[in-house]
Design a protein. Sequence first.
Length: 655
Amino acid sequence: MSAIESVMQENRLFPPSAETVARATISGVEAYQALCAEAERDYEGFWARLAREHVLWSKPFTKVLSDDNPPFYRWFEDGELNVSYNCLERNLQNGNADKVAIIFEADDGKVTRVTYRELYHKVCKLANGIRSLGYKKGELAIIYMPMSVEAVVAMHACARLGVIHSVVFGGFSAKSIHERIIDAGATLVIAADEQCRGGKNITLKPAVDEAFAMGGCEAVRKVIVYQRTGGKVAWHPERDVWMHELCADQADVCEAVPVGAEHPLFILYTSGSTGKPKGVQHSSGGYLLWANLTMKWTFDIKPDDVFWCTADVGWVTGHSYVAYGPLVAGATQIIFEGVPVYPDAGRFWRMIQDHRCTIFYTAPTAIRSLIKAGGDLPNNYDLSSLRLLGSVGEPINPEAWMWYYNTVGKARCPIVDTWWQTETGGHMLTPLPGVTVLKPGSCTTALPGIMAAIVDETGQDVENGKGGILVIKKPWPSMIRTIWGDPERFKKSYYPDDFQGKYYLAGDGANRDQDGYFWIMGRIDDVLNVSGHRLGTMEIESALVSNPLVAEAAVVGRPDDLTGEAVCAFVVLKQTCPTGERAHEIARELRDWVAREIGPIAKPKEIRFGENLPKTRSGKIMRRLLRSLAKGEEITQDVSTLENPAILDQLKQAS
């Protein structure tokens, strides 16, 4: 196959201000290049130095990288530590004990502030409670909770004891919980009665009970239930225990259990191309190191910052940049229970104003939704506290980037457009605020120590300006260790024979421009082959969204007798969803627009309009469902995780 073609042209440049460069942890291009050169010169020495400087070890490591059984790499394997100790005791010892660790804003607007000392005692009480139930290092807990201080406490209580955790997003169904309990071999479940979102109470515990009713969960001895709302739930006294009752008489000090650096901290399930969840297993030592470093490098975290990552703890972003990264870095962070448009579309901006947020990290999906909900709304709030903006989860199209930069950041806040994955543990490609000249839509360059490249299907590097397959050429400390219980699937998925098992296959197509900047062009399985041209879906989506009528777009391919594959676009307009002749007119206008922006080859053969796109409650677009709709297939997949299942019927009609 030919290389993936890049058709996007973006020439706007935004250099960092002198003030940003001066205060940055990595200050200036020379400092960045020096770190990269250190990694090139002595790869193991580079990581060893950082691990000794940024992680507290109960037993120092002597081995850095063990690569005798690739791709099952091991980092710092003879060292011992405890992740929760690194996040909590560290801050009791360095003067942060009375610093606010978490500003929690509930769905109804009630605000709770928790200091590092208070957080430490909460974690210790729950850890002692879990230990009193007979749990010990190496067992596995499923956590199914709303965004809350208690969710973070539950994750740390497990980490404190060496109990591996697997967080299940609170929007997932009983079937999803059941699959994960069985696949993980869980012996403990930590859940909540209900969660609060958008002014509604949504049940959680009934889904856990339903999962048990499906059978096969007999290994689970206890279900600890956090009482969030007091809503009525079924109770099984032989199995269920209230979290507040369990913690009531426990000591508020609990010694952290040392674990080996390679001890699994957590498993996080992510969907594979087949839809069968796969348990991504992360280590303790290497993962924590990278969470800490990326907080300091990418977010340039400072003692007076108020950091807000809007991700749910059910996703990897909520692990690395809510539960662990901010705490190990000693930051004050905001945790939010609700949704961005309740009670109105100004909720995010009001919270930034009220809490004097300095670093705001959210997803392009949320950004585009907020543009649609009120593109001028940020101007009604005092956002002057902001100094850094971030983007995560998917490539951000240039026009949304420009709105974020100008309207939210007032053209003075750098945007760190981060590319990474559940499997990478933390940021891999990202601008650095004190280093990088920004280009809207580009995740720019690799972090020091990350050996990223773009190759063709034989594993050969492609020249700048040509598209190809994104790979990481060397192992790194926070990388996925295996797929839980399925090492063969791990090798096949990430270290395929196509590249002799040498390179980590990210699964994304990418282009590198003449300045060496990376542009993510979409998943390899989202690359369209139209009349022999391989086009990245993200570029067509960006072209559509740059039209002033369009709020959001998702592009998929469907088989076509003439061109091999046809471009099918699902579009959300900034106006009411059109019907009839008006829909045909706008569809024609958008096709012509794409032809002008990219070229006739990229014109969508089919455009479908909807009030929204099918998304999970975390805001992730369910592209597999869109592919099925485009092909005219019946939807047979589980749609219980969708925020808006009714939208599927609306999107069946083409214009």
